[in-house]
Structures are given as structure tokens and as C-alpha cells.
Design a protein around this ligand. Structure first.
Ligand SMILES: [Mg+2]
Length: 367
């Protein structure tokens, strides 16, 4: 399983509807496909989504990070040496998503070599995952119509609603959505956009409508704002941008500012996601598999991780972002379809990704 080559291919996938959130807008997914080749002909595959507004990475910077630092560290090593890979990754600050993608590609190789799907390798807890759909920030009625259409078509009954730009509109939106979806699981994501006082306004409405939890209403560096929220609301708070790695997660857990922690396999791969999982399990803190705007390649990785562990499989997981991309890179039918709001665990060895060469040729942007 000696690593002999790493390919990084930038590709762009236009979204059907641009997604608005506090702090940005996403119209095109600009990702890098990572392929790690071994001397015995195995190829591990993953995607790294560039999200400069959260992590400061671009397609070009991720490719350069592999060329300059990570490929030299991995070349000639066994794909099994994942601890050594992370030792090399830790010598370079940041670059979270490209590190995560390399880690997932290594796990893909190990699964293929053992003839086992990655979720069996990681823990094999469940055979399916409940799926959450993310509604981008918009007019309350439009968000309700989008959610109803998704429930109708895929049977999805868990929705994340983007908030955090205008607290008054957020309050209206919550009442509109609850009227349209009286039984569904609803939670909000503020993307760190609110101050403590506005967050409490939104959380007041959240409490009235029975919101399941609220993700990152207040920025991680606004400690007084986070403390105010902690003191005055009973709505559980989920960490996302404040829990990008185990160190940050430890700080938020110690301060008692989060009662759930989002895990993004695109951000911490499988290896470090498991570290965060263990931190949270020790404190009975729930984990939610969150999306980094994954295409089908990334959703497949997140699906494996979700069903592998009790703590992630027990919550609905954000495995539906690909429904909003106009295209993807996989052969049709490779990613399990969402049926009655759930996805079945894949059965092929490794991640079970089957790339479509024609799609890759069409959407890669390096020619
Ligand atoms: Mg978030």
C-alpha cells in the first residue's frame, strides 16, 4: 500500500440556487478532487471544498499545499500510516480541508485493501442515516415552500434554516416555518452573525416554536455574547465555526457554551473527527454531521462516518447538499438515493466511489 502519487484536480459545480448565509453567499462549489495512488494500483479518493470565508483556503492554495508539504511527507509511506500523515499535517498550520481530504482518501485505500466499506472499518454502528436538508437564507415564505417541496419529494423531515442576517426576519421566518411544518425537526444556523442580544431575540422565538437546537448564533470570539446566550436561553447551542478542531472544541466544552458539536468530515477527515467524537462522548454531548457544501463525493464520505458511530447515527445528518448542485462527478446511482428521508449505508469496499470520467472532464477547471 505504498503511496506513489497524489493527484489534485480542481473542479467547479454550479448550484441550482445560490445559498445565502450570514457572512457570505455561495453560487458555485469550487472543490479539489484528491486522488492518492498506491503501488499496488489502489486509488483513494476524496474532495476538498474551498471555503475561503471560513478557512482561508482556495483551490490553488490547497493544490500548492499538497505539492509543497503534504505529498513529500506521504510519498513512499504506506496508506496505513495515518498517524504519521497527521504528524506531518500538524507541522503546517491551517489548511484544514485539504488535510481532511487526504485523510479520507487514505481511509478509502485501507477499506478497499481490506474489502470492507469505510463505515465498517470505523465502527459499523448503523445501516442507514436520517437526512437533514439545509434551507439557505431567504424570504420566510420561499423557505417554507422549499422545505415543503423537499419533504414531498424525498420524505425529509429534518431541516436546518439559515438565520443571522436580520433578527426580526429570523423571528418571522421561524413562525412561518413552524406553521408550514408542525411536526418536523427544525434547527437554525446563525453562522456567527448575531450579537448576544439579537441572538436572544431569535432564541426566544426558537423556544416558542420548539426548535431542536441553534447552531453558532454568536461568533466564537464574542465571549461576552456567548456567555449572555448561555445564561439566558434553554435552547441547546451547537458549535460549528467555534469547533473546527479538537483544541477549539475543548475550549467551547470547558466554557459550557455548546451542548452539541457539529462534525464536518471535510474539515477534520475521519481521524480527527473521531478525536472530536471522543471528546464529546465523554461529556454526553451530541454530535451532528454537518455539511461543508459537499458534492456527492463528500456526502459519501460523510455518510460512511455518520452510520459508523452511535453518536452521529442517532442525529439527523446534513447529507443532502448535493440536491442543490446542478451536477456531480459520480456515476449515476453510486451515492445512495434518499428514500423516506433516509440514506442506506453503502456496501462497496472503501468509500465505494465510482467517478464518471465524462463528468470529471466536463467540470474540471485545470485545462
Ligand atoms: Mg454552520
Amino acid at each position: 500500500m505504498k503511496i506513489i502519487r497524489i493527484d489534485c484536480i480542481p473542479f467547479n459545480l454550479p448550484l441550482k440556487n445560490p445559498v445565502r448565509f450570514a457572512g457570505g453567499r455561495l453560487a458555485v462549489s469550487e472543490h479539489v478532487l484528491v486522488q492518492v495512488h498506491t503501488e499496488d494500483g489502489l486509488v483513494g479518493t476524496a474532495e476538498a471544498p474551498s471555503r475561503p470565508f471560513f478557512y482561508g483556503e482556495s483551490q490553488a492554495s490547497m493544490i500548492e499545499a499538497v505539492r509543497k508539504w503534504f505529498a513529500p511527507a506521504l510519498m513512499g509511506r504506506s496508506a496505513l500510516d495515518i498517524e504519521h500523515a497527521w504528524a506531518a499535517f500538524r507541522e503546517v498550520e491551517h489548511n484544514d480541508t485539504i488535510k481532511g481530504a487526504l485523510d479520507i482518501a487514505l481511509h478509502d485505500i485501507v477499506g478497499q485493501a481490506l474489502g470492507q466499506p469505510c463505515h465498517r472499518l470505523l465502527g459499523g454502528w448503523s445501516d442507514s442515516a436520517r437526512v437533514t436538508y439545509i434551507c439557505g437564507y431567504g424570504e420566510p415564505q420561499a423557505m417554507a415552500e422549499e422545505a415543503l417541496a423537499v419533504r414531498e419529494r424525498w420524505g425529509i423531515t429534518s431541516f436546518k434554516l439559515k438565520v443571522g442576517i436580520d433578527a426580526a426576519q429570523d423571528v418571522r421566518m421561524l413562525h412561518t416555518l413552524r406553521a408550514a411544518l408542525p411536526e418536523e425537526l427544525l434547527y437554525v444556523d446563525g453562522n456567527s452573525g448575531l450579537n448576544g442580544r439579537d441572538a436572544l431575540r431569535v432564541l426566544g422565538a426558537a423556544s416558542e416554536i420548539g426548535l431542536a437546537w441553534a447552531e453558532e448564533p454568536v461568533h466564537r470570539d464574542d465571549r461576552p455574547g456567548r456567555a449572555m446566550v448561555q445564561r439566558h436561553t434553554r435552547v441547546p447551542i451547537m458549535g460549528d465555526e467555534s469547533c473546527r478542531n479538537p483544541e477549539e472544541t475543548a475550549r467551547e466544552l470547558a466554557d459550557g457554551f455548546v451542548q452539541l458539536v457539529g462534525i464536518k468530515t471535510a474539515r477534520t477527515g475521519f481521524r480527527v473527527s473521531r478525536d472530536i467524537l471522543a471528546q464529546c462522548a465523554a461529556l454526553r454531548v451530541r454530535n451532528v454531521i454537518a455539511s461543508q457544501g459537499d458534492s456527492t463525493v463528500g456526502v459519501m464520505a460523510a455518510l460512511h462516518f455518520t452510520v459508523a458511530h452511535a453518536n452521529t447515527a442517532s442525529q439527523p445528518a446534513e447529507l443532502a447538499f448535493h440536491l442543490n448542485t446542478q451536477a456531480d462527478l459520480l456515476q449515476d446511482g453510486c451515492l445512495p438515493t434518499i428514500v423516506a428521508g433516509r440514506m442506506q449505508a453503502p456496501t462497496a469496499p472503501g468509500l465505494g466511489l465510482q467517478l464518471d470520467p465524462d463528468k470529471l472532464a466536463r467540470y474540471r477547471v485545470d485545462h
